[in-house]
Design a protein around this ligand. Structure first.
Ligand code: NAI
Length: 247
């Protein structure tokens, strides 16, 4: 029997990059996947890849910043699948700028998706998980939420917020046997980092002890551990997958 057989997992922002790698990995371990992204085509693309590989998945378009959309998806998932066992809050965006040039919109958009979006999903899932007296919530934060990064005040604040949210909810839900943890990737080769100028990339490599960017699968492997029964005694933690950047 596969480790996540009979488990239902929701992954937000799973059309590409890290979210897609997480969805594929959890499905490969037997979970039934609800693949979400802002566009239904993006979500379908990942769901089809899972089904083609012999897994179980369906696709849904959800903007995590909108509580009503998230709440409907969670209710629908509970009704059709019977349970929600794993929630991975991966959806995230960047709107980088130096502080003095950062607009209200750039600040608000990033906070709305990265921090409020994570809260929305946890809030909508929590009733179901509490009734089940079991569940795993995994939030994707970032190394820069711990270290800070010039030009990313909005993004770093949102990711630091996700860490505080993770620890608070971990304490609240622990009596119901729900584990809540965060994964903090360093620089991972995805669309989000593809646009970085070469000189910035070179500078970055110098700050990574392992001397390379990470792969989406490096993050997916740690999420899969936190989704599995092997991590049942771990809650409120931030696991860094950053090649040693923050230590
Ligand atoms: P990406 O840009 O390749 O993918 C982001 C995903 O989020 C897409 O599927 C997109 O549709 C979805 N999304 C965006 N706004 C959304 C919304 N309002 N509602 C629902 N879905 C939405 O990004 P990547 O690199 O795969 O990042 C995934 C997560 O990992 C993000 O939370 C990011 O902040 C975090 N991260 C990424 C790092 C990297 O180096 N790539 C480093 C540290 C953290």
């Amino acid at each position: 029997m596969l480790p996540l057989e009979n488990k239902t997992a929701i992954v937000t922002g799973a059309s590409r990059g890290i979210g897609r790698a997480i969805a594929l990995r959890l499905a490969g371990e037997g979970a039934t996947l609800v693949v979400t992204a802002t566009s239904v085509e993006g979500a379908r693309n990942t769901a089809s890849a899972i089904v083609e590989a012999g897994g179980k998945a369906r696709a849904a378009a959800v903007n995590v910043a909108e509580f009503s959309q998230v709440d409907s998806l969670l209710k629908e998932t509970k009704d059709t699948e019977g349970s929600i066992d794993i929630l991975v809050n991966n959806a995230g965006i960047t709107r980088d700028n130096l502080l003095l040039r950062m607009s209200q919109e750039q600040w608000d958009e990033v906070l709305a998706v990265n921090l409020k979006g994570t809260f929305n999903c946890i809030r909508a899932a929590s009733k179901v998980l509490m009734k089940q007296r079991a569940g795993k919530i995994i939030n994707i934060t970032s190394v820069v939420g711990v270290m800070g990064n010039a030009g990313q005040a909005n993004y770093c604040a949102s990711k630091a917020g996700v860490i505080g949210l993770t620890k608070s909810v971990a304490r609240e839900l622990a009596p119901r046997n729900i584990q809540v943890n965060a994964v903090a990737p360093g620089f991972i080769a995805t669309d989000m980092t593809a646009d970085l100028p070469e000189d910035v990339k070179d500078g970055l490599l110098g700050s990574i002890p392992l001397g390379r960017l990470g792969e989406a699968r490096d993050v997916a492997a740690v999420v899969s551990f936190l989704a599995s029964p092997d991590s049942d005694y771990i809650t409120g933690q931030v696991l860094h997958v950053d090649g040693g950047m923050a230590m």
